[in-house]
Design a protein around this ligand. Structure first.
Ligand code: FES
Ligand SMILES: [Fe+2]
Length: 436
């Protein structure tokens, strides 16, 4: 069966939304957040980091999610594993940083229990003084599921979860077409935002707000829902396929505007030649990228369709991960639940770019950067930019968090193009109720 046939088979049929209300308490109730943690986050696949961080044997990396920290390691043989980042002696968090290379042993800062990268205790002081038995070689870190896909390492706290590939279903095939295994993360940012994680994720589940919050994107992205494909899959994931590299059907301009003009020139096309037929730029660019791309070092273009050369495919992976896929970059946009406060979240924004011969500098959402793995930047929302489009999205997040407390709000009143918003909440309800 071809990918396209599998996609068709995996899609939901016709009217599937039940209309579960999206009530305000879902965004601030501690009780609901606990149900979400147990029913959803403890059972679903999450991205833990870049496979490149563990490429060298003897590497570690960590990812915080809710109150947990997950530790991922590659041992001397390059085997990748994931563990709860907690010392089994007295519960100290074992690795305190984002991770490093050239690691032989992991030593707990409290009483110096020492672990090999496979999570087994290898050295303990006064090992004979344990009436219940010497912990060396016996005690180990609690291991969880761990797999790699698309240059990313994923973990799942549920021992009974399906494999990552089964969990993602047709989404995995579609992501792999971009051949991202060796792409580099050029932006790695995490902002603490004063809103529930779903406020941000709801935003990524619709493009209805583009004309209001991101007007300038209309110069090169067609946000009109009539021209956008929405695919909602039975497994709870979905994709929104937006046409790119042409002005929006909502914008009604007939000359090429920035930044599309520069992109056309970069591909040896004259912006002036498209006057009066600006919506032809998309196909012209597809042809040009196809013809010139490989010789310019864009080897990965082989794997993608003509549409993917210009368009933006936003995959929303249940519960909280958005991957915006394009032929020249992809982004992880992910709000994570806060350790203790449902009215806060940690918002990850990563940008990955492919290797292209001769590339040493790239344009990223936070300006020009060297083409090399970015350091992890963490900050409070508002103290620094998390990318200008994401900043615009976050500009309404705190006000919405406040509004959802109001007695005047009962449920969202959604347009058809916002189906994916209600869908997220219904799948959350399914997980909490044990229907999935
Ligand atoms: S808590 Fe880790 S060695 Fe004691
Ligand atoms: Fe947005």
């Amino acid at each position: 069966m071809s990918i396209q046939q599998r996609i068709e088979e995996a899609k939901e049929s016709g009217k599937f939304l039940r209309g579960d209300p999206i009530t305000g308490d879902r965004y601030y109730s501690k009780e609901f957040a606990q149900k979400e943690w147990d029913g959803v986050f403890a059972r679903t696949w999450q991205i833990g980091g870049m496979a490149a961080q563990l490429a060298k044997p003897g590497s570690t990396m960590t990812q915080n999610i809710g109150a947990e920290s997950i530790l991922m390691t590659s041992d001397e043989d390059g085997t990748i594993r994931a563990f709860y980042n907690v010392c089994p002696h007295r519960g100290n968090r074992l690795v305190a940083d984002d991770g490093k290379c050239g690691v032989k042993r992991m030593v707990c800062a409290y009483h110096s229990w020492t672990f090999s990268l496979d999570g087994v205790v290898r050295h303990v002081r006064d090992a004979e003084d344990y009436p219940q038995g010497n912990p060396i070689g016996k005690m180990k870190l609690k291991e969880i599921r761990c797999e790699s896909l698309g240059g990313l390492v994923w973990f799942n706290m549920d021992p009974n979860a399906p494999s990552l590939r089964d969990y993602l279903g047709v989404v995995a095939d579609q992501l792999e077409a971009y051949q991202t295994a060796n792409w580099t993360r050029v932006n790695w940012m995490t902002g603490l935002v004063e809103c529930n994680w779903k406020i941000i994720h709801d935003n990524f589940n619709e493009a209805y707000h583009i004309l209001s919050l991101h007007r300038e994107l209309g110069t090169f992205i067609d946000d009109a829902y009539q021209n956008t494909e929405f695919e909602l899959y039975k497994n709870g994931h979905n994709v929104m396929k937006m046409k790119g590299h042409l002005p929006s059907a909502n914008s009604r301009v007939n000359v090429v505007q920035a930044p599309l003009d520069a992109i056309l020139r970069e591909w040896d096309l004259d912006p002036a030649a498209f006057e009066g037929r600006v919506r032809d730029t998309r196909v012209a660019l597809q042809q040009q990228k196809r013809a010139l791309g490989p010789a310019r070092g864009h080897k990965h273009y082989e794997g993608v369709s003509d549409a993917q050369l210009t368009d933006y495919h936003h995959f929303t992976i249940f519960p909280n991960t958005t991957l915006t896929m394009a032929s020249d970059f992809f982004q992880v946009l992910r709000p994570l639940p806060h350790p203790s406060d449902p009215e806060k979240c940690l918002f990850d924004h990563w940008v990955m770019m492919p290797p292209v011969e001769g590339r040493d500098e790239v344009d990223t959402p936070t300006g020009k950067r060297k083409y090399e793995p970015a350091p992890h930047e963490t900050f409070l929302h508002g103290e620094a930019s998390i990318g200008f489009v994401a900043d615009q999205d976050l500009s309404v997040a705190v006000a919405q968090q406040l509004g959802l407390h109001s007695r005047g709000y009962q449920d969202a009143y959604l347009s058809g193009q916002e189906d994916r918003v209600r869908r997220l909440h219904e799948v959350i309800n399914d997980y909490i109720a044990g229907r999935r």
